[in-house]
Design a protein around this ligand. Sequence first.
Ligand code: FBP
Length: 549
Amino acid sequence: MTQQTALEKARSAYQPKLPDSLRATSLAEKSPMPASSDAQIRDLFPHTFDLPEVIFIKGAARIEAKPIRAGVILSGGPAPGGHNVIAGLFDAIKSINPESSLFGFANGPDGLISNKGMELDAATIARYRNTGGFDIIGSGRTKLESQEDFLKAMDTVKARNLTALVVIGGDDSNSNACKLAEFAREQGSPLCVVGVPKTIDGDLRGDNIETSFGFDTASKVYSDLIGNIQRDAISARKYWHFIKLMGRSASHIALECALQTHPNITLISEEVAERGLTLKQIVDQIADVVSHRASQGEKFGTVLIPEGLIEFVPEMGALMSELNEVLAEHGEAFNALESLSTKREFVTGHLSSTSATLYRSLPDDIANQLILDRDPHGNVQVARIDTQRLLIDLVESRLKEMKAAGTYKASFSPQPHYFGYEGRCAVPSNFDADYTYTLGYTAALLLRENLTGYICSVRHLTRPAAQWRAGGIPMARMMNMERRHGKIVPVIKKALVELDGPAFKELEKNRDAWAKNTQFAFPGSIQYFGPSEVCDRPTITLELESAAK
Ligand code: FBP
């Protein structure tokens, strides 16, 4: 273990805030979920669909309960606060019964399938309190979804004599946690499975899940960096900064960062898809803003680009799904080819003529990135596509055309940036530190009640933490049927940016002014100690959504 920095020392002493209603004394209040006519999902989840909603309310006396022998998994990409979920879970199971124990499975679902990991004790947990990262046990993207995986998982559960499993993950991991909960009951096992909503992308949410953890910290880290770049832009007055921001599918991060920093241009993938904007239209819009600002003597600016944009541009989306199919079908022949140029030729030969023309028109490095390794779902890894460079190339070409036509006279100096990994393991903000500790605590209380198939739900998040309402809702209630790998399967629906939602409306209201004028905002870095209005403010998205309720 490396020596702790001064901030790490101070943070390890930070005691995350818990809702007043959440203690070992809390009582579980159950109320029926709204009626549902989704017979298909109900049939697929007969043991976990018709469960009540649970809210923990203040109780007076400690509730006696058996020891909980829990296993915990961190699944998918890291998100600030994961360690505090584990700390909250650990503290709560110990306060429920000191004989309780916690086993951390190594490297995500793999650890559960192969029965690898470590017993988590107080000394280990102490080193990770309020720190970023998932390194306490590691994470992984292996999917726990087949019957075989479930049987192996159940073998591990038996071998370790576990009574409970907590899955900390995104929409896919929680979908699979829900299936495992159902599978366990089907097998007659008493195992309780509880999910915790994680992802910096902010796309795992719903009526009862106001946000996923990590979104707050990650978007504040990116906003700090964007603000710094904007300060540089108005100081040096010479660069256009094209900034790609993480967010695999949804544009919540780009939207939140825009609300925090007021950039000149913010692309929102969901709007691009809704309006059917072509790449050319997007490029023309950016070039027009560049040109307008240059005519005002402002040859600088910022463009925010959500990571998933490329897939939402209709013609690019069509090309990418064709590429996914070609690579899935002809993977062996493709892998046997040596050079990237022959690989590009090979895939082009299998594309429709429209997609082939588009593919040929892309710069070589982008065309290469589109045929790189697939993720475990067989999809392009958009994090690896330099959309910011692609847009710079295309805007440069457009400005050349405009120059030739005499409609643009200035120079154009672009700078590409990609902010992703910079934010995923940051030291959690006070909000995320408190929220994640509360989520872990809530998971333990759901397990104390022997509840399975639940996802932790903490609401009223814009109020002081003492007033948050914590409980759980049946995960099966978040499921819908979707096509995945050619099959219709039950999964938790990804929550994309809603174009009629208050956060997007706020951007829409301001974006013309932000494009034409320079109204940059500089949020600065996350503050951990100091006045509450500086240190504890939630995201603007959350504030706007809560005000609109
Ligand atoms: P999760 O959905 O698993 O939380 O991960 C989200 C994310 O951070 C995306 O924003 C990004 O596309 C992806 O992870 C990149 O993951 P990696 O490079 O680690 O596979």
